[in-house]
Design a protein around this ligand. Structure first.
Ligand SMILES: CC(=O)CC(=O)SCCNC(=O)CCNC(=O)[C@H](O)C(C)(C)COP(=O)(O)OP(=O)(O)OC[C@H]1O[C@@H](n2cnc3c(N)ncnc32)[C@H](O)[C@@H]1OP(=O)(O)O
Ligand SMILES: NC(=O)C1=CN([C@@H]2O[C@H](COP(=O)(O)OP(=O)(O)OC[C@H]3O[C@@H](n4cnc5c(N)ncnc54)[C@H](OP(=O)(O)O)[C@@H]3O)[C@@H](O)[C@H]2O)C=CC1
Length: 293
């Protein structure tokens, strides 16, 4: 039987955290947004307001809905602020040790019946669940970027996830107006198992000099009707996240076909993480994005 969810906690106020808080508040849930950096929470709230205002301008929501959604979101600088949440969605960086540390601290403040979800792009839900005190009430709820625009959410059960947690998560996703795809708990699940090797191959195509950034993106936009070129999309996702996903695929499936491209490693080592740091395969510091290769 599904449980009643009223209050949702979101840990990590980056691009996914602000998107999840945005759609959860629009879906009628009270939302508490947390981050290790207080200024991140502030800028996430400003981003959410900007994205809601754009939806008002496009008439996809009303001004009243914008105001109500914003009023439902509050910030919490410490995890204690999530104590009365019924569902907490972790959306911090794609690093297993960081996520484990968060869960360790979170479990001690949450009510025992609360559900914990991770928005991880690739990491084993069973392994993350095992680091908590409630593997049966732990699940993968994987949103797509940009959250307000993308229709799909993947649901991933760990080995111990119980039926009530799965049904509750399914109802939660439906209340946000999104569709569910159920994935088994294998590295990177469904979307990223297919999408990330394509992006990694695009980076190899660049690395080997088959084409430059502009040619590769134009080829896939105009030649395969992808809404974004693979390098533009990699910058949009975040190159650190792309690398982490490829590492999970490479280690988890032990197959050299998932070897992260050395050029991707180099960009991440340079701190050129894509749009979020204003530089990746494109330089976003001017009026128009300029290819960096
Ligand atoms: C890595 C993972 O674990 C999983 C993943 O998410 S993989 C990534 C999956 N996402 C994709 O593949 C996205 C591919 N790109 C697209 O589908 C499209 O380019 C797009 C939907 C992002 C933009 O569409 P578009 O029609 O070309 O542009 P445009 O109409 O100007 O888009 C603006 C809209 O996007 C939304 N948007 C754009 N960027 C946004 C962002 N960073 N955050 C929130 N909303 C954003 C705006 O709110 C606006 O929405 P409304 O129409 O509701 O007002
Ligand atoms: N980008 C994408 O397209 C998608 C990403 N995801 C997944 O969502 C998660 C977040 O990704 P994304 O939003 O892109 O990443 P971002 O880098 O935009 O945001 C992550 C946020 O989490 C914060 N953070 C880091 N450590 C902690 C902590 N211990 N407690 C609270 N907050 C913390 C970061 O702060 P600081 O910067 O100060 O470290 C940052 O504000 C990852 O697991 C990713 O794989 C899932 C679907 C799509």
């Amino acid at each position: 039987m599904a449980l009643a969810i009223k209050k949702v906690g979101v840990i990590g106020s980056g691009q996914m955290g602000n998107g999840i808080a945005h759609v959860a508040a629009l879906g009628g849930f009270d939302v508490v947004l947390n981050d290790i950096a207080a200024d991140r929470i502030k800028s996430a709230l400003a981003t959410i307001n900007g994205n809601l205002s754009r939806q008002v301008a496009k008439k996809t929501i009303t001004e009243e809905q914008r105001k109500q959604a914003l009023a439902r979101i509050s910030g919490a600088e410490r995890l204690e602020g999530l104590a009365d949440c019924d569902l907490v969605i972790e959306t911090a960086v794609e690093k297993e040790d960081v996520k484990r540390k968060i869960f360790n601290e979170l479990c001690s403040v949450l009510q025992p019946e609360a559900i914990i979800a991770s928005n991880t792009s690739s990491i084993s839900i069973t392994r993350l669940a095992a680091s908590t005190d409630r593997p049966e009430r732990f699940i993968g709820i994987h949103f797509m970027n940009p959250v307000p625009r993308m229709e799909l959410v993947e649901l991933i059960r760990g080995i111990a996830t119980d039926d009530a947690t799965f049904e509750t998560s399914k109802e939660f996703v439906a209340q946000l107006g999104k569709q569910v795809a159920v994935s088994e708990d294998f590295p990177a699940f469904i979307v990223n198992r297919i999408l990330l090797p394509m992006i990694n191959e695009a980076i190899y195509t660049l690395y080997e000099g088959v084409g430059n950034v502009e040619a590769i993106d134009a080829a896939m936009k105009l030649g395969a009707h992808h809404p974004m070129g693979p390098l533009e999309l990699a910058d949009f996702i975040g190159l650190d996240t792309c690398l982490s996903i490829m590492q999970v695929l490479h280690e988890g499936l032990a197959d050299s076909k998932y070897r992260p491209c050395p050029l991707l490693v180099k960009y991440v080592e340079a701190g050129w993480l894509g749009r979020k740091t204003q530089r990746g395969f494109y330089d976003y510091r001017g009026d128009k994005p300029v290819p960096t290769r």
